[in-house]
Design a binder for this molecule. Structure first.
Ligand SMILES: Cc1ncc(COP(=O)(O)O)c(C=O)c1O
Length: 485
């Protein structure tokens, strides 16, 4: 009997499907090889952005390619331009190192392909989030009744929390912002420290609260708000108000003086939001918890999974002490989506999106793997290692550590005694030399009007040897730069 065309097509589809599943193991082997190589070597990407652009450039594919060919091509194109941020000596930014347990959970999340919008469509994903949320609140010692939304990172966490804040303070003023928007609404005063993270201003812009109309509160040398100035600014505001404090300044790791700010905030009926992208995790470690004492009294908290908890990207948590405001601000209702019962939680009620990946799986896996003790131990180790780095740098003539190292952040300036312009030039040169030497990766920033080297200790594999090797590299670079000036 002659074979019909449709039979051949079906066979091809079946054959493709067989290849497609096998491709997962091929990708896993390549990923494992990559991670083993990066663990032993931390520098910077072999290929620059310009080289990558050239390599990736190509015409729109007219015909499809085989599964293996596609994935092999992806690996060959991507690997030269990968920044080894998962390595033990990556100190460039405050980023976690995508722990293999979190990555494995994340692979499964992708393979399972759950749409984490509601509990009927994704029962396991919704239940995993509920348990992970409960564990997070326990480990961070935040109110057990708070609601948690699983978002892409601290930026979207602040966005979600501030949407809840906006709803709450305007409801108290008799305005329904969800229905009426902001046109004609009572004015909301937003107070932000002078050294707040830039993502806060981005979220305020998105929420219609304006980047430039915020009230800036002067901050001290470590970037924490000054209490008398804060009180004066708050006293000058009438009507609904939102105060945004920080747990962990991006350069110094400093904490705003929340315990001293809270009585005024409460007396004023304002909402207190905490941006604790990494610093909130200080609360998970007995040694560092005093730095963030009293922060549990806030109304909302934004933090990341992909920083100190070491989940892979992307993962952040929007935590709100007023679940009604959280849900009111973010729930998207539709007739084809069954509403959650009172004791049920739909993941989409607490985040801006409807369809999204099931971030609860990787969060659950990292919390299960590290446990309360593992997280406390890691935070403690990173802070100890940051102090070790600072002590090494401080002993070297010409290097100044510019912050008091209470958390995991070290910032250093080079060329003490030189004028600002010369010290800036020297600092930039040291950073460039360290980066090209390839023993570790450090970054730079402007801090209080001067150039500084930033060292963020937040990768789970980092140990004493890594810190010593990085300190040697930085000191060597400084000695070379200083000899040739
Ligand atoms: C204090 C602070 N807030 C917010 C953010 C933004 O976090 P994400 O990039 O995860 O959105 C960061 C990132 O480093 C941060 O350090």
């Amino acid at each position: 009997m002659p074979r019909r065309e449709s039979d051949e097509a079906n066979e091809a589809v079946e054959a493709n499907e067989a290849v497609d599943f096998d491709i997962l193991a091929r990708a896993a082997r390549a990923a494992t090889r990559y991670r083993e190589a990066v663990a032993a070597d931390t520098g910077q990407p072999a290929a620059s952005y310009a080289t990558c652009r050239q390599a990736w450039h190509g015409p729109t594919p007219e015909t499809g390619a085989g599964a293996e060919e596609t994935i092999d091509a992806l690996i060959a194109l991507a690997e030269p331009g990968l920044h080894p941020t998962t390595g033990a000596r990556f100190f460039g930014w405050v980023v976690g190192a995508s722990h293999p347990v979190g990555v494995a959970a994340d692979w499964l999340t992708s393979a399972w392909g759950q749409n984490c919008g509601n509990h009927l469509g994704a029962p396991s994903a919704a239940a995993a989030e509920e348990t992970a949320a409960r564990w997070l609140l326990d480990i961070l010692r935040l109110p057990a009744g708070a609601s948690v939304g699983f978002v892409t990172g601290a930026t979207m966490a602040s966005f979600a929390c501030l949407a809840a804040a906006r709803s709450h303070v305007l409801q108290q003023a008799g305005w329904d912002v969800e229905a009426q928007g902001l046109f004609g609404a009572p004015e909301i005063h937003v107070l932000v420290g002078d050294d707040a993270h830039t993502s806060i201003l981005a979220t305020l812009r998105l929420l219609g609260l304006g980047r430039d109309r915020v009230k800036r509160v002067p901050a001290g040398p470590d970037g924490a708000m000054l209490v008398p100035q804060f009180r004066a600014v708050l006293a000058s505001c009438e009507g609904p108000a939102i105060v945004i404090a920080q747990a962990g300044q991006i350069n110094t790791g400093a904490f705003d003086p929340v315990p001293e700010m809270l009585p005024d905030i409460r007396a004023r009926g304002a909402w207190l939001h905490v941006d604790g992208a990494f610093g909130l995790w200080a609360r998970a470690c007995p040694e560092t918890a005093p730095l963030a004492a009293g922060f549990e009294g806030a109304d909302s908290w934004a933090t990341d999974g992909h920083k100190w908890l070491q989940t892979p990207y992307d993962c952040g948590y929007a935590i709100v002490a007023h679940p009604d405001a959280h849900r009111r601000a973010l729930t998207a209702a539709a007739s084809y989506l069954p509403p959650a019962d009172v004791d049920e939680r739909d993941p989409s009620q607490y985040v801006p999106e409807l369809s999204r990946r099931a971030r609860g799986f990787a969060t659950w896996a990292m919390l299960r793997h590290l446990g309360r003790e593992g997280i406390a131990g890691m935070v403690s180790r990173h802070c100890r290692l940051a102090r070790r780095m600072a002590a090494r740098l401080e002993r070297e003539p010409g290097i100044a550590v510019l912050n008091s190292v209470s958390l995991n952040q070290v910032i250093a300036g080079f060329g003490t005694g030189e004028d600002d312009a010369e010290a800036g030039r020297l600092t930039r040169e040291v950073i460039a030399r360290v980066q090209s030497a390839g023993d570790c990766y450090v970054g730079g920033a402007r801090w209080k009007g001067r150039e500084a080297m930033r060292v963020s200790v937040i990768s789970w594999p980092t140990g004493e040897d890594d810190i010593d090797r990085a300190a040697d590299s930085i000191i060597d670079a400084w000695r070379t730069v200083s000899r040739h000036r």
